[in-house]
Each structure stands twice: as C-alpha cells, then as structure tokens.
Design a protein around this ligand. Sequence first.
Ligand SMILES: [Zn+2]
Length: 257
Amino acid sequence: MHRIIESSDHGWWIVSHEQKLWLPGGELPLGNAGNFDLVGQSALRIGEWEGEPVWMIRQNRRQEMGTVRQVIEQDPGLFQLAGRGVQLAEFYRSHKFCGYCGHTMHPSKTEWAMLCDHCRERYYPQIAPCIIVAIRRDDKILLAQHTRHRNGIYTVLAGFVEVGETLEQAVAREVMEESGIKVKNLRYITSQPWPFPQSLMTAFMAEYDSGEIVIDPKELIDAGWYRYDDLPLLPPPGTVARRLIEDTVAQCRADYE
Ligand SMILES: [Zn+2]
C-alpha cells in the first residue's frame, strides 16, 4: 500500500508528524509532488477528494506545521480525509513493536494494519467511540462551557463510550455525570470522525426528563438552558456539535414561531 512518490504524482498532500500536518499558507497543499519537494518519499494513498488522490506522508517539514482542526475551515469533507491521514500517521508511528511479544512489526501490504514479524499478531488503528447529545427542554437547549477548551464557546455535552457500554447507556451516564440531568426520547442523528486524537462522534438529540443542573467541575465550567433565539458563542460550522445545535434551533422555531 505504501509506495515511493514519483515526480508525476499529484493530489492532496497530508504530510504529518506527531499529530500535526503541513499547511503551507494555512491550507492543505494540492498539486504535483515535484512542486512540494515530495518525490522519493514513501506515501500511502488514503482516498480521493474532488477527483484528486489524497496521499499521506510521514515527514516533519518543521515550518508551517498546523493542526487538522484548521482544515475544517478549508472544507469539512477534506477535514475528514486529513483526519484520516493524521490518524494513520500516528497509528504507524505508535505500532513499531508488538504489544504482546515486543518484536518489530511491518505494515500490511493489503490493508491499514501492522503485522508482528514474530507472533503474527495483527493490529488495526483504534477508534474511540464518543457520544455527543443536544438536550432540548421546551424552547431551550442545554449548553455548557467545557474545562478542556477554554475559548468561551458553549456547546452540547459529549464523552467517551466506556468498554462494555451501549451508546444509549453512554448518553445517559455522561449527561447525568456532567450535568445531573436525566434525558428521554433519545434519537440518533449522525456521526463524524473526530481525529482528536481518534474519536468517532455519534450524535444524538434528546429531551429533558427531570433533574436540576449540577455541573461536574472537573468537566464543565458552566452550563445552562439557553433559549433558541438567544444563544452564546457556538462551536464553528462543520462540527457535529454545531449541526446538533442548529437542528435543535430549527425544531424550536417550528414549534414556537
Ligand atoms: Zn508479536
């Protein structure tokens, strides 16, 4: 699957090093390999975007290395592929040795996997499922400021699914732990790969059932019920959180206007 890049190769270039990627001029580079000094590099073709192949190369360009978060502003679809590239780069970087026997591993030629030369164990990139949920109470939505990103943004609640737990149980547990609220009428909406570092967000809408807000100060700075036409600073477009908030606002509009 990995192959050496030639001067005639072209496409989108995800040049990744330690969870960062190369963003010359703030954007994901598109064009001929020769223009970007990438000829001779080992690359993995990881998809296609707007008719052009998307390549992943593990290399540190040292300058203009940014985060995949910046690509969401360039294009949400391209963001998904850039996230795939960065996650695969991290997968190959973190699986040089077998976790069972400690011997060296090599990349599979047929799939995104690493194979142990000694015990024949096969490793795949791990994906961590998360839930994210918009909670509606009449004409209001529950929004919170999270301790892990102190940027003034208010968003919906989210958390990792624990081992041996259903998505529905994860929603009920996370919402109760973080806010003290009980929810009902859970509905699945959509999903979004979220490469920070390797999540898959599964997005839901729910209705308030009972309880008063009691925040978990380890997770949240603040939380409250916000009327649909009077919202605080929201997450950027392209995020599944923003989609959930906008869907909830649209439902409130339909019911109250
Ligand atoms: Zn092994």
